[in-house]
Design a protein around this ligand. Sequence first.
Ligand SMILES: CC(C)(COP(=O)(O)OP(=O)(O)OC[C@H]1O[C@@H](n2cnc3c(N)ncnc32)[C@H](O)[C@@H]1OP(=O)(O)O)[C@@H](O)C(=O)NCCC(=O)NCCS
Length: 120
Amino acid sequence: MLIRFKKSYEKIAMGLLSFMPTEKELKKLRCTIKEYETNENWQLYLWREDDDMLGIIGTVKQEDGVVQIQHICVTPSHRHAGIGSKMVQELRAMMPGVTVCGNEYTTSFCQKCGDTVQNM
Ligand SMILES: CC(C)(COP(=O)(O)OP(=O)(O)OC[C@H]1O[C@@H](n2cnc3c(N)ncnc32)[C@H](O)[C@@H]1OP(=O)(O)O)[C@@H](O)C(=O)NCCC(=O)NCCS
């Protein structure tokens, strides 16, 4: 299930975010996590199964009614088991009436997860 990020998950969240091609540098990663902690337009969720955090998905509000998935990562040992798709689907279900789009890194995967996910 998707759970909302909180400060106590910071280390695990940074570890998961570091799988994004855009988050390979520690300095950039620190800025990114800070933005999720302080900017209300940035929202971060973790995928929890039992007590394990296996994935992460982060969005930025583009305008009213539009959010963009800017980060999505699954821990390597649990890929190809549907977690990435489930995160996108659950996110969309949490946001009825909102258009969920991808960015240049996430669009191709998001498109696999459903017709209403589009590039912007
Ligand atoms: C992308 C990612 C989140 C998918 O997570 P996952 O739990 O393995 O996803 P699912 O099991 O739901 O789906 C796997 C399918 O997505 C495909 N896929 C993986 N990355 C993809 C991408 N960037 N674009 C399109 N399809 C992609 C896989 O090839 C696989 O396809 P198949 O079922 O036909 O074999 C995971 O591969 C990951 O963490 N990658 C590193 C982080 C990253 O680069 N994120 C940005 C790209 S979205």
